[in-house]
Design a protein around this ligand. Sequence first.
Ligand code: NDP
Length: 328
Amino acid sequence: MTFKALRATKQADAITTGIVDLDEGDLMPGDVTDTVDYSSVNYKDALALAGSGGVIRTFPITPGIDLAGTVAESGFPGVVAGDRVVVNSWGLSQTHDGGYAQKARVPGEWLVKLPDRFSTKDATAIGTAGYTAMLCVLALEHGGLTPASGDVLVTGASGGVGSVSIALLSGLGYRVIASTGRVEEAGYLRELGAADVIDRGSLSEPGAGIASVRWAGAIDSVGSHTLANVLARTQYRGVVAACGLAQGNDLPGSVLPFILRNVTLAGIDSVNAPQEVRLEAWSRLARDLDLGKLARTTQVVGLSDVPRVAADLLAGRLRGRTVVDVNA
Ligand code: NDP
């Protein structure tokens, strides 16, 4: 019984990919074997396939940091054949075979059982990007932000984290400002719930350590000067959730927003987030995410399209979320 997988191998310093037939003997150790329906393409997947960022630590490997499907066999307590499950990140595509395959075997503690409201396709339309967006919303709430606090900015707005963040925040009643480098996507961003759309160029250059207040909080997937400028314009006792580095991994800013305006900078990591945090995020996604808006963010591609789509993502040619149908 063979199954298809997109495998990445390294020759000299270049990564090459190809679709191969594997069998059960090729599955990695783990106590749960899943039949995979869908994976997705995140920023980290695109980095992995480009050989950047040191994402993949062992070759050959099946990339894909998300997978959703049905349990075929389980030796893990509380997980049985037939359960619909999703796995986001952990060691997938780093040291463990990921979602770009029709089968996967993983440690049972990596699984989240899917809320009834979501199909396996919805689960990967959300994927690591959407689950991270929810972690960011939770961080704003834990910091005390409410819709009455004022506007919330979302940077990297047309991307995966950005699109789902806008949908979530607007659904919760926040007035959302979307920052994008693609003004042509303003209509899309407004459909997701953005009240205002600004040019990311207004945030991407070196700026003052503290400046006129523009928002109560922000979800930032961009980093670098953008994050420094976002902090500089955040109101007293505001909250900024930082999860990404699309502009850069530096933070060339000032402590003034922290010590003069009591601004909170909340760090967000999805990869090693403990299980109880993931369960909270997935149950809040089930409560708060508008599935119509999620569908608007999503395109579906096949396994053989992944390398091309990943290159498009890094080149800024994709918007929203890309689901991979591993059986297409
Ligand atoms: P996407 O590529 O889908 O979105 C990134 C968006 O950032 C782009 O669509 C673009 O939006 C904007 N952008 C791209 N390049 C630049 C630039 N040079 N300067 C300013 N803005 C830029 O990626 P994801 O949404 O999947 O991920 C976004 C970030 O979040 C990545 O850095 C990723 O590594 C990180 N991330 C972190 C996680 C964590 O656990 N901390 C988990 C998931 C993601 P626009 O065209 O609208 O300007």
